[in-house]
Ligand binder design. Structure first.
Ligand code: XMP
Length: 327
């Protein structure tokens, strides 16, 4: 019967057989699937694998550190981080349309990743070492079966999809999670020592905080949202609600201002929206009945600790008709 040790053993043997002595590249997104598939391939072929992490500047607080420090420490994976925040922000300047944002972020992600790929391929060729021939993908069983589903799945794919690679690079895919469901992937990840913060992470969209700022994405706005999001996440976790909540987007209405009062002064700040949802598969969702005391704590902390935010509102819309994300 199923256990994660068997899965690891079987997959390690398969990966070794597929890859031989060639080199392998993997894109880490900070999410569960890419983290576990990468760790599994690393277990199989060690330093033949290079993982690439593109920091697009749209990550949540602490996520880069979780990958760069915690993940690397616990798995031993060799990692290249690409600091692309400046480039992404430049391309997002003046853009407010959600689909436009998605397109730009997806395109820049592929560009950044391809650049590293090319460098690695060229480096291997120049040093006369083993060629870079394989690309890891965290495809799960449900992706294989339904291939598509929500916008999320489609987009995750376009980010890491081999279709986005330049034609002169000929990569073969390594997909060690193809037979697994999400909970099985988590079990395998724990067994491989992937940090719990990554293994138990809620779904987070590829375009990151870029589609949780309604309005133009700027460095300042990202900073505001990052702080508010970190507070909401910490309080929901502290209240023991992680199991009940599928995900909780925290959204900054950057183009809306409302009047408030703080100390003896009038404020004119932005609202933050909390969007906690319960769901099985993100296709439909209901808003989670988070206890009032927890909502009160989140609201107090955000309005006290995050400058520019003077109001916290709760989204009580199911999906449909609302989507989970606001953009
Ligand atoms: P919606 O907002 O369509 O979201 O109800 C359904 C699920 O998909 C995630 N999502 C995305 N994931 N790229 C992604 O990788 C995207 O562009 C994207 N848009 C939405 C969302 O977080 C939810 O889990």
């Amino acid at each position: 019967d199923w256990n994660s040790e068997n899965v690891i053993e079987t997959q390690v043997a398969r990966i070794r057989e597929q890859v031989g002595s060639a080199r392998v590249i993997s894109a880490l997104s900070g999410g569960v699937d890419s983290a576990v598939s990468t760790a599994l391939v690393h277990r199989a072929v060690g330093d033949q694998l290079t993982a690439v992490f593109v920091d697009h500047g749209l990550l949540r607080k602490g996520e880069r550190e979780q990958v760069e420090r915690d993940y690397v420490e616990s798995t031993g994976v060799r990692l290249i981080t690409v600091d692309a925040a400046g480039t992404f922000l430049r391309h997002l300047e003046g853009v407010t349309d959600p689909e436009q944002k998605r397109k730009i972020i997806g395109r820049e992600f592929i560009r950044a990743f391809e650049k590293v790929q090319r460098d690695l391929v060229a480096e291997a060729a120049a040093s006369g070492g083993e060629p870079v021939k394989f690309l890891v993908q965290g495809t799960l069983y449900p992706d294989v079966v339904e291939s598509g589903g929500g916008t999320g799945t489609a987009n995750i794919k376009s980010h890491h999809n081999v279709g986005g690679l330049p034609e002169d690079l000929d990569f073969e895919l390594v997909e060690p999670l193809r037979t697994l469901f999400k909970d099985e992937v988590r079990a395998v990840g724990r067994e491989l020592g992937v940090p719990e913060a990554i293994v138990s992470r809620q779904p987070f969209p590829g375009p990151g905080l870029g589609i949780r700022i309604v309005g133009e994405v700027t460095r300042e706005r990202l900073e505001i949202l990052r702080e508010a999001d970190a507070i909401a996440r910490a309080e929901l976790t502290a209240a023991g609600l992680d199991g009940e909540i599928w995900q909780c987007p925290v959204v900054l209405l950057a183009d809306v201002r409302s009047v408030g009062v703080q100390g003896d002064g009038r404020t004119y700040g932005h609202p933050i929206v909390l969007r906690p949802v319960s769901s099985e598969d993100a296709m439909t969702a209901d808003w989670t009945r988070v206890p009032f005391e927890v909502l009160a704590r989140i609201s107090n902390r955000i309005t006290n600790e995050v400058r520019e935010v003077n109001r916290v509102v709760l989204d009580v819309t199911s999906k449909p008709p609302g989507t989970i994300e606001w953009e």
